[in-house]
Design a protein around this ligand. Structure first.
Ligand SMILES: [Ca+2]
Length: 350
């Protein structure tokens, strides 16, 4: 399909030839050719501007409109809107911290003091060049949390390896748990903590776990990892603690999503796409101040709105939620000409 006529048509459409753009809209292709055509349409939309592109598309038949929207959406998803959670950097925002890790010793390479009774630092059984933390039954690891006071929210991530030789502790006679229980706590000076918990099945390799704490509040004293429900040795490595805010999109994303509502939309939906049970239904309706999108959560359909509530050109806020509910309030700030998420207030507090 990449013959001279096609390339010439693309060039003319990119230069503003509306007839040529309409021809490209109505082109029907399959397989690899369709993938390439999807990319061409996506780039034309970016190059011409979404308003101009969409205005031309609106003149087409419903079948053509739907076909083009699907192709553009599909390409957009391939660009990284659907990222694997274990592949940092492929998607955006949470995988792209604005600061390096606040816990430099979390790779266990540089020497770290371990409390007695806790985990121990050992050589990675699968990689002699790597050092990791080993937990035998009921071990824990606690360390000071050195997050600057102006950092409100953080993302914890770490890798865990549960060898298949690890046995799961029987909770009741004849009843084994589904996996090893891993707990993360962030702890305040009074030893109160906020908890995240995972049940991790034994696998043949490393698995990445992550959790976001949107507001640390007073819980800045220390953090801990605990593991239970197993017998044997499990391994943990690459504990990273990074700032959640300001959360920027990928470079490419800013060409496509520019207003506070649009930036918030892509910030929120990207992690949803990495969840298998969540699928987007149809194409989102995107305007400058509002985005509306339908999701299917394993059979339950939900409409999500992203509505700009305030915008003084420097700071903005966007309400996110189903139209009939309160929603969460996302705060944004314009930094270097681009909107970034700087905080989230739960709907319960509004
Ligand atoms: Ca390491």
């Amino acid at each position: 399909m990449y013959d001279l006529d096609y390339r010439a048509a693309v060039a003319r459409a990119a230069a503003g030839d509306r007839g040529e753009l309409a021809n490209l809209f109505s082109l029907r292709l399959d397989g690899v050719a369709a993938e390439g055509h999807a990319e061409v349409l996506y780039r034309l939309r970016k190059g011409l501007g979404s308003q101009r592109f969409d205005a031309e598309l609106a003149k087409q038949s419903a079948v053509i409109r739907k076909g083009v929207s699907q192709l553009v959406d599909h390409h957009e998803e391939n660009l990284g809107v659907s990222g694997e959670p274990t592949e940092p950097g492929r998607g955006m925002v949470e995988a792209k911290p604005a600061t390096p890790s606040f816990f430099a010793a979390g790779n266990f390479e540089t020497g770290i003091s371990m409390e007695p009774g806790g985990g121990t630092v050992v050589q990675d059984p699968a990689d002699p060049d790597n050092r990791v933390m080993a937990f035998t039954t009921e071990d824990y690891f606690e360390h000071a949390l050195t997050v600057p006071p102006d950092v409100k929210g953080v993302r914890f991530s770490f890798r865990v390896w549960i060898p298949p030789t690890v046995s799961l502790e029987t909770l009741e006679p004849g009843r084994a748990p589904p996996g090893v229980k891993i707990r993360l706590r962030v702890i305040d000076p009074q030893q109160n903590s906020e908890l995240r918990e995972w049940i991790v099945r034994p696998e043949s390799g490393w698995q990445e776990l992550s959790a976001t704490i949107h507001d640390l509040g007073e819980r800045r004293e220390s953090f801990s990892l605990e593991a239970s429900w197993f017998a044997g040795t499990i391994y943990i490595d690459d504990i990273e603690i990074t700032s959640l805010y300001p959360a920027f999109l990928d470079e490419e994303m800013y060409e496509f999503y520019q207003t506070p509502a649009q930036v918030t939309y892509i910030y929120v939906v990207n992690p949803l796409f990495s969840r298998e049970e969540v699928t987007r239904v149809g194409s989102p309706k995107i305007t400058d101040q509002k985005v509306s999108v339908d999701f299917d959560y394993g059979g339950t359909r939900e409409n999500l709105w992203f509505v700009e509530k305030s915008n003084d050109g420097t700071t903005a806020s966007v309400v996110v939620g189903p139209p009939d509910a309160g929603g969460d309030l996302y705060q944004l700030r314009k930094i270097d000409g681009r909107w970034a998420i700087t905080g989230i207030e739960s709907g319960e507090n509004l």
